[in-house]
Write a protein that binds this ligand. Structure first.
Ligand SMILES: Cc1cc2nc3c(=O)[nH]c(=O)nc-3n(C[C@H](O)[C@H](O)[C@H](O)COP(=O)(O)O)c2cc1C
Length: 173
């Protein structure tokens, strides 16, 4: 699928059929996440992929519109928050950006593979950390439910180009 088509067509999916997703597709999507850019190529992120019993046991409360349910897999994207001296105070912002880049790559890759996803940011972070037995330096930042979509939502409205963007022209000296 052409990249721009995937960008335009992808929607947040919150209802899934529960049908199994082949391992090869799951790995392809994870690979897309691994290929996302990162500051200094440090790749300070880790993906926890939960299916079957592991997914069932992962009973983490969510706050927003998405509720854990019939998705086949959950991908929990974790930020490695250990300090990076050369980035100083920026390190924390960079690692979240790196995770976000991975999330978007995975969502687009999933769409291109005929699968649905949702970017879930409103969840009990400490609960997720406990259930996954994460080491201190890993913070879960996003949960991506993945599976075959059981809905076809319309695109929620976007800002106009004029609202979203300022086109600045170089002024003559
Ligand atoms: C940082 C971030 C956090 C989000 N958290 C949630 C969430 O907790 N629950 C949910 O249902 N959707 C969540 N979303 C999805 C947005 O609601 C969705 O992307 C937006 O409404 C636009 O719809 P679209 O993805 O179909 O274009 C989140 C999106 C982002 C980028």
């Amino acid at each position: 699928m052409e990249v721009f088509q995937a960008i335009k067509e992808r929607r947040s999916i919150r209802k899934f059929k529960g049908d199994p997703v082949p391992d090869s597709l799951i790995k392809k999507i994870i690979e897309a996440g691994m290929l996302a850019p990162s500051a200094g190529n440090l790749q300070r992120r880790k993906f926890y992929v939960l299916s079957g019993e592991a997914k069932k046991d992962f009973k983490v409360p969510t706050v927003g519109r998405f509720q854990l349910g019939d998705e086949f897999v959950l991908i929990v994207v974790c930020a490695d928050t250990r300090p990076v001296e050369k980035y100083g105070k920026l390190a924390d912002m960079y690692v979240k950006m790196e995770c976000a880049a991975s999330v978007q790559n995975m969502m687009l890759a999933a769409h291109a593979c005929g699968l649905g996803t949702c970017w879930v940011g409103s969840f009990d972070v400490e609960g997720a950390r406990r259930l996954l037995k994460l080491p201190e330096h890993l913070t879960p930042v996003t949960i991506i439910p993945l599976g075959y979509a059981d809905e076809k939502p319309n695109m929620p409205p976007r800002k106009t180009m004029g609202e979203a963007c300022e086109f600045l022209k170089i002024l003559p000296l």
